[in-house]
Design a protein around this ligand. Structure first.
Ligand code: SF4
Length: 454
């Protein structure tokens, strides 16, 4: 009987996609997926260390698995992968009391997973491999995609920027570009398997330069993906503001399948803090960029990442974060309180801590402002008709479905009366509906389907 595996994923889109790749490798090695940890022979915990909280989840989960093993008298092989594995390596084994972990595998060793599991199964010792590799290729067609509509396609791994707060260069290694030919082959393969929306991924996605095609940059890759038949939408994450120039803005404006949405992580509204963060742009330059995007693509929506309470952030700095937030009018924001990450410049050389109480009061104020802005922007959509790529049907009621506009707004709508060729609500998934917006909330809007574009 085939052995069963369960992959649990914490963190960002990169981690979600790594899990899809590991699932594909395990399928290929003869394992079968399960959703039940009691039934699993192998449990992979794919970790994140971008925030402290994410790291704690690993230890909580390992504790739960220990209890589960005691209850059932059966223990799955446990592999810890992802950023915490890369960061801690062998030390993870000593941090957990007894043999709770069988494999520790770094972010650059995905393809080794089946072999490491096999070795660990036959060994009294845990297998640890966190070595660095420049190779960023991945076998075509071996990814088990978890989403029926969208497909993640990695174009760059790692980062060379070393922003003062960020652990990524230490956990994902230096920047490595994937071959253009391999990227396009994977997009074609994703389309052939029914995916409509392609998400190009990289830590600084717009830093891309093709190793196999001198002169080909990120805008060229967008154009090449735009030309692939069957691709309906293209998104990408994340561009760095420093590398976002007129050429990329024009590509987003002119390429019909590229969603008119830019995620531009700003991190702070204060030039003084941005300098301390080593972001290499100022508040003024960032706002010029926002103005350039708005002027070239008036319908474009923007989103961002923001950190509050970075070491040395004063009340005045924080006020500038609030005023930049108001000026940029983001459709959405991922905001976090600063937490020191191992090995980073901020953790090792910037002791000027903002108190936890102050951080909390700042993030509450920022999130309240952002909520107000989202409410205002969403209310403006009432009465308009938008195109929504349906990606989910509510499990709770089975009558409501949801999807996103090109601008990345979440739209909820009841399933319309069924045409004969759409026997179930689930059959809407992957189709584009035209929706008349009738109500707005801070996180989504609600409307009626008035037509379909397919
Ligand atoms: S650009 Fe900065 S924030 Fe982004 S991954 Fe690189 S170091 Fe981290």
């Amino acid at each position: 009987m085939a052995k069963k595996y369960l992959i649990e994923t914490f963190g960002c889109q990169m981690n979600v996609h790594d899990s899809e790749r590991m699932a594909g490798l395990l399928d290929q090695a003869g394992y079968e997926p399960t959703r039940d940890d009691r039934d699993a022979d192998v449990i992979v915990i794919n970790t994140c260390s971008v925030r402290e909280h994410a790291e704690e989840k690993l230890y909580t989960r390992l504790g739960e698995l220990r209890v589960l093993g005691e209850e059932t008298g059966r223990r799955a092989l446990v592999a810890v992968t992802g950023c915490v594995a890369q960061q801690e390596g062998e030390a993870l084994l000593s941090r957990t009391n007894g043999r709770l972990i069988d494999v520790v595998m770094g972010t650059q060793r995905l393809k080794m997973l089946p072999l490491l599991l096999e070795r660990a199964a036959d060994s009294p010792f845990a297998e640890v491999d966190i070595s660095a590799r420049d190779d960023v290729s991945f076998p075509l067609g071996m990814t088990r995609r978890s989403d029926p509509v969208k497909a993640y396609v990695t174009i760059i791994e790692g980062c060379n920027d070393h922003c003062a707060f960020c652990v990524v260069p230490y956990t994902r290694g230096h920047e490595r570009m994937r071959a253009r030919a391999e990227i396009l082959a994977e997009v074609r393969q994703a389309v052939d398997s029914g995916r409509k929306e392609i998400h190009l991924l990289g830590q600084i996605v717009n830093h891309y330069r093709a190793p196999d095609d001198p002169g080909c940059d990120f805008a060229d890759v967008l154009a090449a993906v735009n030309d692939i038949a069957g691709v309906e939408r293209i998104r990408f994450a994340s561009p760095h503001p420093r590398h976002t120039g007129t050429r990329l803005i024009q590509a987003v404006r002119d390429l019909g399948k590229v969603c008119k949405h830019l995620h531009l992580p700003v991190q702070s509204g204060s030039t003084r803090v941005l300098r301390a963060m080593r972001r290499r742009y100022s508040r003024e330059r960032y706002l010029e960029l926002v103005a350039e995007v708005r002027s070239a693509i008036p319908e474009a929506t923007l989103s961002t990442d923001m950190i509050v309470g970075f070491p040395g952030e004063t009340v005045d700095d924080f006020e500038q974060t609030l005023s930049l937030t108001e000026a940029a009018q983001y459709h959405s924001m991922f905001s976090f309180t600063y937490s020191a990450r191992p090995n980073t410049l901020a953790a090792t050389r910037m002791p000027d801590a903002v108190s936890e109480t102050e951080k909390t009061s700042r993030i509450v104020a920022l999130q309240a402002l952002q909520r107000e802005i989202q409410m205002r922007l969403h209310a403006r959509a009432i009465g308009t008709t938008v195109e929504v790529l349906v990606d989910a049907v509510s499990r709770r009621r089975d009558v409501e479905m949801s999807g996103r506009t090109g601008g990345n707004t979440v739209v909820n709508m009841p399933v319309p009366p069924r045409p004969s060729d759409r026997p179930t609500p689930a059959a809407w998934i992957g189709h584009t509906a035209r929706v008349l917006i009738q109500r707005a909330g801070p996180n989504s809007v609600w409307g009626e389907v008035v037509g379909q574009s397919c």
